[in-house]
Write a new protein. Sequence first.
Length: 391
Amino acid sequence: MTDASSSGTPGPADFPVVGVVGGGQLARMMQQPAIALGVRLRLLADSRSDSAAQVISDVVVGDYRDFETLRTFAQGCDVVTFDHEHVPTEHLRELAGAGVLVRPGPSALVFAQDKSLMRERLSELGAPLPRWSPVTSVADVLAFAEATPFPLVLKATRGGYDGKGVWVVRNEHEAAEVLSHDQVPGFIVEELVDYARELSAMVARSPSGQAVAYPVVETVQRDGICHEVYAPAPGIDEDHAVRAQQVALQIAGELDVVGMMAVELFDTPDGVLVNELAMRPHNSGHWGIDGAVTSQFENHLRAVLDLPLGDPSASAPLTVMVNLLGGDLDDLYPAYLHCMARDPALKFHMYGKVVKPGRKVGHVTATGTDLDDLLERIRHAIAYLRGDIDE
Ligand code: ADP
């Protein structure tokens, strides 16, 4: 266990220090359960003004792409985990080699970093996937198109998020244009799935192998960005929900994932297909702060510390979460007066971020029984906070 005085983190020395790489809202939302658990967080952030750096006292400012920075940061941490998946795999391997507990470990995390490796490994595991292939040239795309006609989806294997790095291409020329992006390290092509809706199955897994599955949720995405989450997915076919949870638990076990993992899926009439993995708390799990017995942020901390996991069950029949994406209003606080007076049951979560158009700056949650009612109430607050409406 770390000596608290040497880590620079005050507090009882028998409670562990969890290092979190990345200062975004996911790290910020880990601080709340950390307070309750008495666990101390140490943050590696790009700047003191980062979302999480505003609420965590032990902050190292530095570049996560620099190995020496990571190594120094890890000294004094009992375990190191992540707010994002962009730390170079080779750095993580070196850290783990130097005896740092990195959770999830690099050999698991690489499957959340590289879509081609992920699809290859999941194919081996027999997970249900869209038809796909790695591609390096237009000829490869055309060969794929013989069995799976245009339109197709091209994806950057690494570095994409919120739909950046995903292109729908209708023909050879569009494919050639996308493949000419020379900053992209590699591409895969896949079928354009005609799905009924998008789902997310989240699981927490600890190093001892304990795993728990959250209720499967529906996610509503626009332009590759998550806008709304309904938990549990309303009216979902029970077999599809169970299959999604089984697939997520299987992937977590086989890839030796530690911490939270989100499996993003497409729900189709023939069953669920895995789209993407995230090995960290995920936007599709924010609902659980207000709507689950144990939030994803608490279970992430429990998991990386190899503590028994908390109950992932929903604590309300239905929870709806809507993201607040930056709109016309720069100053969000004055809107609280109206929103809170209109609906005292809404829960507001702000990330301390400067408002920029389209940027995720917070979310609003409510629990109840009626989807339309919850949506009307939350969407009203979101529209007011954005400045889209003024009454
Ligand atoms: P990112 O890693 O950037 O979030 P994803 O692979 O999750 O990218 O894709 C972003 C969004 O693009 C998905 O949520 C979905 O709406 C859409 N999408 C991705 N792949 C496909 C596909 N094969 N068919 C149809 N839509 C897709």
